[in-house]
Design a protein around this ligand. Structure first.
Ligand code: FES
Length: 113
């Protein structure tokens, strides 16, 4: 019997990395992980959606996993710059944030980085 894997495949040059278990990131919170040598922050919003960004804020290296979230924006805890989930762009004058695809597969968190 053959089984077809229908999970999305990362684009060339990007690899899928399992970074932790789904329950490691409770609703409304973020956690820092390493995905293939890249430090990332993974968030689960209160609506259950997952997002992943670089772990260090592009402004001055703040710990983004400790930031505040809403459905559209992540706010860094150090100087309160905001970054849009959709593309990592700043809501102010901070540099853009790198965002990564993230998904839950069989109870595990998978980040493409
Ligand atoms: S370090 Fe994130 S806003 Fe300054």
């Amino acid at each position: 019997m053959s089984v077809t894997d229908t999970r999305p495949v990362a684009p060339p040059g990007v690899r899928a990395h399992t970074v932790g278990r789904a329950e490691d990131v409770p609703p409304g919170e973020g956690r820092a992980f390493v995905a293939g040598g890249v430090q990332v922050a993974v968030f689960r919003l209160r609506d259950g959606s997952l997002h992943a960004t670089q772990a260090a804020c592009p402004h001055a290296g703040g710990p983004l996993a400790d930031g505040q979230t809403d459905p559209d924006v992540l706010v860094c805890p150090l100087h309160l710059h905001g970054f849009r989930w959709r593309d990592g762009s700043s809501t102010g004058d901070a540099g853009p944030l790198t965002v990564y695809p993230v998904r839950e597969v069989d109870g595990l968190l998978v980040v493409d980085a």
